[in-house]
Design a protein around this ligand. Sequence first.
Ligand code: ATP
Length: 369
Amino acid sequence: MARVQLKHVYKRYSSDVAAVKDFDLDIQDKEFLVLVGPSGCGKTTTLRMIAGLEDISDGELWIGDRLVNDVHPKDRDIAMVFQNYALYSHMSIYENMAFGLKMRKVPKAEIDARVREAASILDIEHLLNRKPKALSGGQRQRVALGRAIVREPQVFLMDEPLSNLDAKLRVQMRAEIAKLHHRLQTTVIYVTHDQTEAMTMGTRIVVMKDGIIQQVGTPQEIYNRPDNMFVASFIGSPAMNFLRGSLQEEGDDIYFRAQSVNISIPKHRHAILREAGVVGQAVVLGIRPENLHDDQVQQQGTYGAQVTAAVEVVELLGAESYVYLNVQGQTLIARVPARSEIRAGSTATLSIDTENLHIFHAETEQTIY
Ligand code: ATP
């Protein structure tokens, strides 16, 4: 069992500031858990506490059924893969992969079998006699993974393992690590600041900010039902659009209004808005870029509203384009098919998919729906 539990864990590097605050999470056996957030949010600190490379200031850490707060890193049955690979330059790839096992006095024949099996899984058998400097970045990354695999740990910890690779290799290794997880069936805790890595690799994602967990959920939950504006804007690319305005009631209808924008809110959302006490109040409307449609080239659905605005920029990405609209000083990005004929410098009208809007409290920035 490689369940990892963090119970109200804190890390204070100095007496006044906590780098990690009240981190409380139950990581299930075989889960691929991704910690994601901007620089300085405490994700590396959390991983290093699990590894035993940092002391825990407060709270409990359990791996399997053992309380490991005071257990030495080498006795925690974990293996860590670092961003800079941390290979020994004077050793061959074989020796690099064998080193940890040798230190643990594993018999030579078993070391050999484990190194060759890991090399075969990672397709690096032909590199075993080389030194690290004779390897490409991607190959070094595979060796770093191989060195972790041979240990057959209960838990893999990975700290931004792909950040030194070029974009193409990163995409390739992303899939390789996901495949590896599937094959090894062990718990992986993976740190990244890249929301795409989090979305594509994680079975669950933990979004952090300022040392505090903002939300825990599957990629779909985090994307479709973000708990607050920070999560809504951090996950998704281009980021969710926000429009500041207010909710106004007219007869049986509730409208979101922001200068020239006037959006009728679907009836089935009225109760939740009334309950939250925000009708008549300032709110923030969230619209994902894919929920702004160019009706000339996209299926005309039951989109309840439209926005007409000046087009500032159109970025062609191949299959799709990003259209930057200026709605009286607030920028909205629409993601439309590349065959759209919307041009920079013109005025465009786009439909808004009102079934997929988000509404946030203007002050607390928490989600209403
Ligand atoms: P990054 O993506 O930039 O690595 P991170 O989310 O991993 O960021 P941490 O490295 O965990 O963030 O840092 C969290 C906070 O703790 C930061 O404010 C950082 O400055 C602080 N911090 C990290 N290590 C130490 C240390 N050894 N001593 C004092 N403060 C530290």
